[in-house]
Design a protein around this ligand. Structure first.
Ligand code: PLP
Length: 393
């Protein structure tokens, strides 16, 4: 079958691939510890489940407006106002089938053949693929580990060409867990304004921060930056709602309107029931993240200490999200492997611990471990990784 060129080089998401492999081994009866997952290991809060059930019973099981129900868009606008000091009207917001589809739709709307989008590495695996699917060119800049995996203004400016359409800023970051400060964002933002490069600010991990650092949206720094930014966010990570598939984008109506038109021909609308669930999530008084944050924070400390104790592994301490992104280059070399990918493969085969190689994130010396698992699993995983490293020395 002669398939379309656009899918010929498309590879499945490496995070989903490792999770699938770990599941397959589990089904064969092996005691596998999967640290590949990109989702909180908590249940969606009860009040959200109840709202979804009520929506279903009340007949909200039909098509909705393509860009989301008015009530949810308003609740998202309220969230921006309350959490980020940002004012958006409802025609500056689109609700999508997860943040992933907000990004996909955005690149389809924004990018012409050959247009460049700057992607700082380490990056979330889907950015480059989505840009390529829009016939654009991902331009990767390497955020160095010694700079806490953050790009510098000079690096950004050097990567800009007349073809640059946009740059992606993801803070807190998947896979590194690092965050940009307000000052750093301001410096990057000034360069974007100077060269008229749109900022795509992926803030999906906004609520999962474990230090005293405050999340800053680049859009809240100035009205010029707000006008030059599309924010991407959603309830997947903040409310343990990955399966419900509700995300959103906010920015100029000039971009949101064609995104909505495109959605009307691709998804029709995000699932009606899930929209009512997200509405309940945003209308709740309580802080749904407090407990989750406290538990993630404890696990972060635990895993960080456990990893420090393994020869050949070093780690920049993350501030947010629920991933650790250690550099294992030295361990891989000492253990006699040629690549991180092969080291990860052998670790899964021999010790039944599933990590995600950094290759898919544009960082071939690192691995990503998710600490969205119990502390017992983390302790056991670290024990097995250490045993693996020592056995192969
Ligand atoms: N952006 C980043 C950085 C992510 O890590 C993820 C999910 O892993 C997404 C976006 C997509 O989230 P959603 O489940 O809302 O599609």
């Amino acid at each position: 079958m002669d398939l379309a060129n656009r899918v010929k080089t498309l590879t499945p998401s490496s995070t989903l691939a490792i999770t699938a492999k770990a599941k397959a081994l589990k089904n064969q009866g092996y005691d596998v510890i999967g640290l590949g997952a990109g989702e909180p290991d908590f249940n969606t809060p009860e009040y959200i489940l109840e709202a979804a059930e009520e929506a279903m019973r009340n007949g909200f099981t039909k098509y909705t407006p393509a860009g989301g129900i008015a009530g949810l868009k308003q609740a998202i606008a309220n969230k921006f106002s309350h959490d980020n000091g940002l004012t958006y009207t409802t025609d500056e917001i689109i609700v999508t089938t997860g943040a992933k589809h907000a990004l996909y739709t955005l690149f389809q709307v924004l990018v012409n053949q050959g247009d460049e989008v700057i992607v700082p590495a380490p990056y979330w695996v889907s950015y480059p693929e989505q840009i390529k699917l829009a016939e654009g060119k991902p331009v990767i800049i390497n955020a160095e580990e010694k700079n806490e995996f953050k790009i510098t203004p000079a690096q950004l400016e050097a990567a800009i060409t007349p073809k640059t359409k946009a740059v992606i800023i993801n803070s807190p970051n998947n896979p590194t867990g690092m965050m940009y400060s307000q000052q750093e964002l301001q410096q990057l933002g000034e360069i974007c304004l100077k060269h008229q490069v749109l900022i795509v600010s992926d803030e999906i991990y906004e609520k999962l921060i474990y230090t005293n650092d405050k999340h800053v949206s680049i859009a809240e720094i100035s009205s010029q930056l707000k006008n030059n930014t599309i924010i991407i966010n959603g309830v997947s990570k903040s409310h343990a709602m990955t399966g419900w598939r509700i995300g959103y984008a906010a920015g100029s109506a000039e971009i949101i309107k064609p995104m909505t038109n495109l959605a009307s021909h691709s998804t029709s609308n995000p699932t009606s029931i899930a929209q009512f669930a997200a509405l309940a999530a945003y209308n709740a008084d309580e802080d749904p993240n407090a407990e989750m944050r406290a538990i993630f924070s404890e696990r972060l400390e635990l895993l960080y200490d456990l990893l420090k104790d393994i020869p050949g592994i070093s780690c920049v301490k993350p501030k947010g999200a629920f991933y650790m992104f250690p550099n294992v280059h030295e361990a891989v070399r000492q253990n006699g492997f040629d690549t991180v990918d092969n080291w990860v493969k052998a670790l899964l085969e021999e010790e039944k611990v599933a990590l995600v190689p950094g290759t898919g994130f544009g960082a071939p010396e690192n691995v990503r471990l998710s600490y969205a698992v119990s502390t017992d699993s983390l302790k056991e995983a670290a024990k097995r990784i250490k045993r693996f490293v020592l056995t192969h020395q």
